[in-house]
Design a protein. Structure first.
Length: 320
């Protein structure tokens, strides 16, 4: 019950505060740990395909283990001092694991930039939330990239973390964030990441397999609640949910595209290389900047539905 209370309080704290700038964030520390271990293990292991793959497996094990063990140890000490201290610390941890407000805030910065008509400013804003090269994006491309990011990260940044927080509290939540961060930093098909990032990419696929599909269904329900085209959302979900190199990324993107009547996806540049990608959805209309706040509303309603589901499931498990 303490963990359930921490989950609900952390969710509320995230909505109120988000990720304040200037305050060190645990995910940033995980990122520094990944960078350090990558440099170290590249020196220690042979510069061959299998050498780099083994190095990537060792890196994944170390980062995942430390990211779980450290918050578990900290919470154990805090709970022994006082259950109320443990509740306060875990609530803050839960808020740091979730990214609802920060995802909305950063995407709305893109919206504000696009509305000015300043393409350079728009590209700079969207560069903060996407991994692709933005130099090739026009105004519509910037809006599309922002909507895609909100749709995909509704799962990666909110629903999947909620899922793992409900299962195992903050330690399991931080394990998920470590898995997701390793994929974001290393899980590319281009050199020099292709081999050392293989384990990170595959484990991210595994950890997100069930949450991404739950997220898609919750987003479909949220879109229906908001008066969007639920029938189209379901149709595009069934048709296009695998139109992506990742087995998980298009799950929520397909629902979002169908609900909003947009065509997402398509070719994109990463690290100077053009990647041929399938489209997701039908272009019933042209994308506009107003689709960014619409995607954010969809994000928030989906998050609230997921909180209700996770908290309800956790409560039923406790009562059982």
């Amino acid at each position: 019950m303490w963990s359930l209370a921490a989950l609900i309080m952390g969710f509320g704290l995230d909505l109120l505060v988000g990720d304040p700038h200037g305050i060190p964030h645990p995910v940033a520390l995980i990122g520094k740990e990944i960078s350090f271990l990558e440099r170290l293990l590249r020196r220690l292991f042979p510069k061959t395909v299998w050498g780099e793959r083994v190095a990537g497996g060792v890196l994944w094990t170390l980062v995942a283990g430390l990211s779980t063990a450290i918050p578990w140890a900290l919470l154990t000490v805090c709970r022994r001092v006082s259950p109320w201290l443990g509740l306060a610390v875990e609530s803050v941890m839960c808020a740091q694991i979730l990214a609802t407000k920060s995802l909305k805030d950063e995407s709305m910065k893109v919206y504000a930039a696009v509305k000015t008509g300043d393409l350079a400013r728009s590209r700079q804003a969207v560069c903060m939330i996407v991994g692709r090269d933005v130099v090739h994006l026009d105004g519509a491309g910037v809006s599309r990239a922002a909507v895609e990011t909100v749709a995909e990260n509704t799962s990666d940044g909110v629903i999947a973390p909620l899922f793992y927080l409900a299962l195992g509290g903050a330690p399991l939540g931080f394990l998920y964030k470590a898995v997701n961060t390793m994929d974001s930093m290393l899980g590319y098909v281009e050199l020099p990441y292709r081999n050392i990032g293989l384990v990170s990419a595959k484990m991210d696929d595994l950890f997100n397999f069930l949450p991404s599909r739950c997220s898609a269904l919750l987003m479909l329900l949220a879109g229906t609640v908001l008066g969007m085209d639920g029938k189209s959302g379901w149709r595009i979900f069934k048709r296009d949910r695998y139109n992506h190199a990742s087995p998980n990324s298009a799950q929520t993107e397909s629902v979002c595209a169908g609900l909003m009547g947009l065509r997402l996806g398509g070719d994109a540049w990463y690290h100077g290389v053009l990647h041929k990608k399938q489209y997701i959805g039908d272009a019933k209309r042209e994308i506009t900047p107003e689709d960014i706040p619409m995607a954010c509303r969809l994000l928030y309603v989906t998050a609230l539905l997921a909180l209700a589901l996770c908290a309800g499931g956790k409560l039923l498990w406790f009562l059982w």
